[in-house]
Design a protein around this ligand. Structure first.
Ligand SMILES: *Cc1c(COP(=O)(O)O)cnc(C)c1O
Length: 329
């Protein structure tokens, strides 16, 4: 099976734009101090406010349909972008959607992504722990009614989900070539590792010029690395490739996530305001702004030659800012 023959259900508006951020460069010291910065706009994938999960869901939904599924089940935080995009994808595919949302508050604000989950008609199951257990219960309940549920792990990070960013890299590498760009490093926000697995596998497969540089938005561990490695190499096997990802291909910088997942840092709030006020681009405090805070810090500390070019993958997440208003101003 090659990537071109893997079943794919169209959801995202592709290709997403790749463009330069000249005003951000100016704000970071101009051409004397700051490399050129490109941005890949996967916040503009479209459906129900877009984001990176739609790339994975094109393959996951197609797989669910092939298996005759009637319902999608997935999980995430109350403000999960992945859950919101899954709820929207289910509608297009004619499937029902069950979301197991983990929250330690009994009544999280119906705002941002959670509001959209309800508008999209997903069935929301709030739990305060053990999401895998709750997903199994929901699946068993649906099966007892003769339904055929398809369970998607958190973040859509399964081997099939990995195909999303392998295809995403093919698109990006093509744009770099067409636009005559070289690029030293690609920054992105790393959570459940499916984006990492796809970016790293795709970048090796298509000979990308850049280093794939994940900025962690939650604590990193050996176990997380092994998970990313496992799904990347399972995806490689499914595509009939002999190429394999190695543990040291996986870079996940844990210097910018701060206290915890979802808790904004000073650097991330600065990054949100800077991108909004220079380029009119909205980042979010959970994912993209933490990754951008890493990029900004590296530029300021002189990691790059100012004549070089780096890139940032904007993975979406803007609906979450509405649930964090107080922390941002
Ligand atoms: C899910 C998500 C990520 C991280 O993707 P993973 O594949 O889970 O690592 C980054 N940014 C945003 C906005 C997301 O919603």
């Amino acid at each position: 099976m090659s990537l071109g023959t893997v079943p794919r259900f169209p959801l995202a508006n592709l290709p997403t734009p790749l463009h330069e951020l000249p005003r951000l460069r100016e704000a970071l010291g101009g051409s004397a101090r700051c490399p050129r910065i490109l941005i890949k706009r996967d916040d503009l994938t479209g459906l129900a406010l877009g984001g990176n999960k739609l790339r994975k869901l094109e393959f996951l939904v197609a797989d669910a349909l092939e298996q005759g599924a009637t319902d999608l089940i997935t999980t995430g935080a109350a403000q999960s972008n992945h859950c919101r995009q899954t709820a929207a994808a289910a509608r297009l595919a004619g499937l029902d959607c069950h979301l197991v949302l983990v929250s330690n508050e009994p009544n999280p604000a119906v705002q941002g992504n959670l509001l959209l989950d309800h508008l999209l008609g997903a069935t929301v199951h709030l739990v305060d722990g053990d999401a895998p257990g709750a997903m199994e219960e929901v699946a068993a309940e649906l099966e007892s009614k003769g339904r055929k549920p398809y369970s998607i792990p958190a973040g859509g990070s399964s081997p099939v989900g990995v195909f999303g960013y392998v295809a995403g890299v093919l698109e990006l590498v093509g744009q770099l070539v067409d636009q005559g760009e070289d690029c030293q490093r690609l920054y992105y926000a790393s959570g459940s590792r499916g984006t990492q697995a796809g970016l790293v596998l795709g970048s090796k497969l298509y000979g990308a010029p850049y280093q794939v540089y994940g900025v962690a938005v939650s604590p990193t561990s050996e176990e997380r690395d092994q998970y990313g490695l496992g799904i990347a190499n399972r995806a490689a096997e499914m595509l009939g490739l002999t190429l394999r990802v190695q543990l040291d291909d996986l870079i996940t910088d844990s210097g910018y996530f701060g206290e915890a997942y979802g808790v904004p840092t000073a650097g991330c709030i600065e990054a949100i305001k800077l991108l909004a006020r220079t380029e009119g681009i909205i980042l979010d405090p959970v994912y993209t702004a933490k990754a951008m805070a890493g990029l900004i810090d590296h530029v300021r500390s002189g990691v790059f030659d100012p004549s070089s070019t780096i890139a940032f993958l904007h993975t979406g997440g803007s609906p979450a800012i509405f649930a964090h208003g107080d922390a941002l101003l």
